[in-house]
Design a protein around this ligand. Structure first.
Ligand code: RIB
Ligand code: CA
Length: 307
């Protein structure tokens, strides 16, 4: 039976690669809906980009719901330097085939989870704003979420500040709501995603597939990586969000460690930091499993098979 999931995202180039991967596996993943949030770029663009990604993947059967246009408390911070002004620089995806659904993403999350015959997995690829608002409005939905698989946070260094990773930094208060919810969380941090780098050889391999998705992925990743490659001296662009979907399809590609994780919502210098108690110093019960290792080659093999 296909696993029922909802993907919350802020496409964004790596979100696009993650969505292409998920949309290519209808027998394993029953995508109940895609919800969009402001993050990498403003909500209008993340929403239109999600529709365009579904169009290119011939999956206009998947409903897309626009969510929150800004974080709970903080003003919106975007990452247009990485993803371009519209969020998908590097290629022109086809125009949407379907319109955005009228229902707000938060209402969709609440209604779908309340009515779900079995618990649903949430795959979160952006700031947690939509999920946090849904949990505040209808706390009982926590019982209908079996796991949250999230890209976010960092054990060590941040990427948007020295301390914080972008998804958490954009909306640290929303992240705090989610990490205090008691819902099982698997967190894939920068420490893991920075091991999954798209080298020029891998870009060429995507192109040699000679498929629409392969070409789109190569075009998108060729541009997306430049700032991070220069900043970190990497061999290629880090594939953050595809790690979430790769876990859902092939969990054996990852190992995780039980941790007690909190979010710094106070300190100006550390705002949005995931304080991950890797060695159990707080003696608090674990509230999040954090990725400890990844088979990066296995992820690329999965992507090649999927595109
Ligand atoms: O820090 C990386 C994360 O922030 C990814 O999800 C990327 O798409 C941005 O949302
Ligand atoms: Ca993202």
């Amino acid at each position: 039976m296909a696993r029922p999931i909802i993907i919350d995202c802020d496409p964004g180039v790596d979100d696009a690669i993650a969505l292409f991967l998920a949309l290519a596996h209808p027998t394993e993943l029953n995508i109940l809906g895609i919800t969009t949030v402001a993050g990498n770029v403003p909500l209008h663009y993340t929403s239109q980009n999600a529709l365009k990604i579904c169009a290119l993947a011939n999956r206009a059967d998947i409903p897309v719901y626009a969510g929150c246009p800004r974080p709970l408390i903080r003003p919106l911070s975007t990452a247009t330097d990485i993803h371009g002004a519209t969020g998908l620089q590097g290629t022109e995806l086809p125009e949407p085939i379907q319109p955005l659904r009228v229902q707000h993403a938060v209402a969709f999350l609440i209604e779908t989870l309340q009515q779900a015959p079995e618990p649903v997995t949430l795959a979160t690829l952006g700031p947690f704003t939509n999920l946090a608002v849904a949990l505040i409005q209808a706390p009982q939905i926590a019982d209908k979420i079996d796991t949250i698989i999230a890209m976010g946070g960092a054990i060590t260094h941040g990427n948007i500040t020295p301390a914080a990773e972008f998804n958490i930094y954009v909306d640290p208060h929303a992240a705090q709501v989610v990490f205090e919810s008691g819902i099982p969380i698997k967190l894939i941090t920068l420490d893991t995603t920075h091991q999954v780098l798209t080298t020029p050889k891998q870009l060429a391999a995507f192109r040699q597939l000679n498929t629409a998705i392969g070409h789109a992925a190569a075009d998108l990743l060729a541009h997306y990586g430049t700032p991070e490659i220069e900043r970190y001296g990497m061999q290629g662009a880090p594939l953050h969000d595809p790690c979430v979907i790769a876990y859902l399809l092939q969990p054996e590609l990852f190992t995780f460690k039980d941790t007690y994780t909190t979010i710094d919502t106070i300190s100006p210098e550390n705002l949005g930091r995931t304080v991950i108690d890797w060695w159990g110093r707080t003696e608090q019960p674990p509230n999040a499993q954090v990725a400890a290792s990844v088979d990066a080659a296995g992820i690329y093999k999965l992507l090649m098979e999927s595109f």
